[in-house]
Each structure stands twice: as structure tokens, then as C-alpha cells.
Design a protein around this ligand. Structure first.
Ligand SMILES: C[S@@+](CC[C@H](N)C(=O)[O-])C[C@H]1O[C@@H](n2cnc3c(N)ncnc32)[C@H](O)[C@@H]1O
Length: 249
């Protein structure tokens, strides 16, 4: 960030950061993060000077954001379906559209002890939300990335849901795919090499999920013995075989 004179007030620093980012609200949110204070505190204490450590921490965050690092990666968390999830660059930042997929899954007429699989779990936001909402469901998730599963495991601990299983592997390979009442997935949907994924613009262009949709009509209960698949529509136009070559997150 452009150096601010020593002893500058919080308000002066937020203004300078706002000019750099082209977004004063975001600058204030970063200040809240840097100072570990609620946003309202930032607005109420604008005339206070920042000490050098606070100034440095804030400037560092503003620089990262200006370079295109998503806010959630700087904060290390993102809210999803009313709960806070840890995120890192190893996982896609949970998207609000994906909350529909959770809501639709919860509307399905499934048994109290339904067996549920999430394929490509990333942060674990889908399967952990389902497990939190339906304590009787037996929840398992797979991901091909062990770094992603490490983040999912952190979230499992955060949300105190030790019964959720995370398995490393390709698609359904780590599980018996016939053993589930419901399979959910928000798989990769941006091709490797897509210009939006190239730094430094990539972080600002975290891919927007296509509207998550039922593969089957959400209003019609599945025939007995059938597994429901809830996934994002874009996936259906892709061959599963091409998955692991796609970036998307
Ligand atoms: C678009 S992200 C979605 C993450 C999370 N479900 C969400 O909605 O935020 C897709 C995830 O699928 C995983 N993945 C990609 N190819 C896979 C494969 N062949 N088998 C299992 N997981 C895969 C990625 O590592 C990534 O975590």
C-alpha cells in the first residue's frame, strides 16, 4: 500500500486503502480483520491512530487483496449455510449458490438414517452442512486432493461432526457406490487453462457456479432403491473421465 504518514488515523488509512482497492467498504472490512475488531468498531474509532504493527498488518492485507487474492483467503474463513468454514487456496471458496444444493437435499424424502455421499468435497461445506442439519444421516465424502481433505478435516473438527468420513480418491472409487441414498456433488466446472484462472486475475475471478440443479426433479420422490443425485448442471455436460484434468477450484 502507498505509505501513509506515521501516526495516520484509522480513517485516513481506510480511505487510502479504499482508493487503492476502489472499494472503501472492502478496505474497512480488511481493517476489521487486521485489527480483529467488528466492522462497527472500525467506523466508530476512525479518529484513532494505528500503531506500526497494526499499520503493517493492514497494509499487507490490502496489498494481497490488490493483487487479487480473494477476501475469504485473506480472512481464512467463509460463511456457508449459517456456519463458518475454514478455507485456503487448496479449496474452492464455498459459494452462496451451492447453498441451494444443500437446501434441496434437505427437502428430499429420505430416511432418518440416510447414507449420503459428497463427491469432490473441497472444504466439506456441503456434506458437513448436511450432517449438521440431519444428525442421523451417515455422511461420507471423497476428494482427489489430500490438501483439500485436510481443510475439510479442520472444518469437521470446528463443527464437531466426527462421524463424517473423508476419503481420498477419484470420484466414487473410494466407496461402494451402490450404498447411498443420496449423492451430492459440486464438481469442477472451469476448464484448466481458462484465462480466468491465470494469476493475477484468477483470484478475483473465482468461478461462478452454474445454478446448482437437481439431476432429477426435486419434487418427485425417487423410486424405492434409487439413489438421488444432486449436482450442478454443468457437470452433466462433461464426461466424468475429464474431471481430474479440470481445474475449477
Ligand atoms: C468445484 S470444487 C467444489 C468443492 C466443494 N464441494 C464446494 O462446493 O465448495 C470441486 C472439488 O472436486 C475435487 N475433485 C476434482 N477432481 C476430482 C476427482 N476426480 N475425484 C474426486 N474429487 C475431485 C477438487 O479437488 C475440488 O475440491
Amino acid at each position: 500500500m502507498t505509505p501513509v504518514p506515521p501516526g495516520s488515523t484509522l480513517d485516513e488509512q481506510v480511505r487510502a486503502a479504499g482508493r487503492k482497492l476502489g472499494d472503501r467498504n472492502e478496505a474497512a472490512r480488511l481493517a476489521a480483520l487486521a485489527l480483529e475488531q467488528p466492522l462497527a468498531w472500525i467506523f466508530a474509532h476512525g479518529d484513532e491512530p494505528l500503531d506500526p504493527r497494526q499499520t503493517h498488518r493492514f497494509a499487507e492485507m490490502v496489498d494481497r487483496r490488490a493483487q487479487g487474492v480473494p477476501f475469504a483467503y485473506i480472512a481464512g474463513t467463509r460463511e456457508f449455510f449459517g456456519r463458518e468454514f475454514s478455507v485456503s487456496p487448496a479449496v474452492l471458496i464455498p459459494r452462496p449458490e451451492t447453498e441451494h444444493l444443500v437446501a434441496w437435499s434437505l427437502d428430499l424424502p429420505l430416511p432418518d438414517d440416510a447414507r449420503v455421499l459428497d463427491v469432490g468435497t473441497g472444504s466439506g461445506c456441503i456434506i458437513l452442512s448436511l450432517a449438521a442439519e440431519r444428525p442421523g444421516w451417515q455422511c461420507v465424502a471423497t476428494d482427489i486432493s489430500k490438501e483439500a481433505l485436510a481443510v475439510a478435516a479442520i472444518n469437521r473438527g470446528r463443527l464437531r461432526l466426527p462421524r463424517v468420513g473423508f476419503l481420498l480418491g477419484n470420484l466414487l472409487q473410494p466407496v461402494d457406490e451402490t450404498g447411498f441414498d443420496l449423492v451430492v456433488s459440486n464438481p469442477p466446472y472451469v476448464a484448466a487453462g481458462d484465462p480466468h484462472l491465470i494469476r493475477p486475475t484468477w483470484p478475483r475471478a473465482t468461478p461462478i457456479s452454474k445454478t446448482a440443479t437437481y439431476a432429477s426433479n426435486p419434487k418427485s420422490p425417487s423410486p424405492p432403491g434409487r439413489t438421488d443425485w444432486v449436482t450442478s448442471r454443468s457437470w452433466w455436460n462433461r464426461r466424468a473421465a475429464s474431471w481430474s484434468t479440470e481445474a475449477g477450484c
